[in-house]
Design a protein around this ligand. Sequence first.
Ligand SMILES: Cc1ncc(COP(=O)(O)O)c(C=O)c1O
Length: 268
Amino acid sequence: MSRKKNFFAGPSVLPLEVLDQLHEDLLDYKGYGVSMIEASHRGQPFEGMYNETLALLRELMNIPEDYEVFFLGGGATLQFSMIPMNFLAPHTVADYIKSGTWANKATEDAAKIGDVNIYYDGTDTKFSSLPDPKSVHPSENSSYLYLCSNETIGGIEWKDWPETGSVPLIADMSSDLLSRPVPVEKFSMIYGGVQKNLGPAGATLVILKKDMLERQNKNLTAYLDYKLHVKGEGLYNTPPVFSIWGVKLVLEWIKRNGGAEGMAKEPP
Ligand SMILES: Cc1ncc(COP(=O)(O)O)c(C=O)c1O
């Protein structure tokens, strides 16, 4: 069979080994007598698969202990508004690097919630430039500095990261996740839709430094409150089960192929 590859919007190509494994285990997940996509998310076999997925992510991305890791629905797009709703305090400002389609959408949503300072604007260069990371020093009063690590449409990618001191650094890494080693400890939050790099569409990976929960705005509705997802260990409501299962298989494939360092070389 000749397989076509999607380089257009939405989901991307998955390793054939992963598709084979999904196919093989679809009807009866590892002898449990039930499919993973029929099983409750409040019992085995889901819990075993879920915990292995989180452990693999921690291992492959080298995620420190003081970070929470969970999956949400709503795509990366939901995070454009959830981030300011949670972390842009009233009467304060957040810094945004306007680098292209995706950062711009995040900027527009944040401006509906609070004050946005466009720290760097790539408009004049038609979004073909980024600031030198060493020159980025947000003011201490900033609620956070936001960037998109890889502008999937414009194709511009950060090679190094700003040191933001006490100002939390937040990054959309939707099309960058596990494509190269990333020093997670430099960021207060990393998130991304999994459908580009890590699995089938449906789940959004959120990696959140625990101390961010102390900075949250109050009176958030349930789903939009990161704290509830942390308290519920990512299972506050029904998670995108199929997508997470696919992520687990892709992570195993990434591990077999040299981890983040392996992905940064020639694709296998
Ligand atoms: C960098 C980046 N951010 C955000 C999005 C939006 O993601 P979603 O469709 O999961 O909402 C995309 C989609 O391709 C993207 O590439």
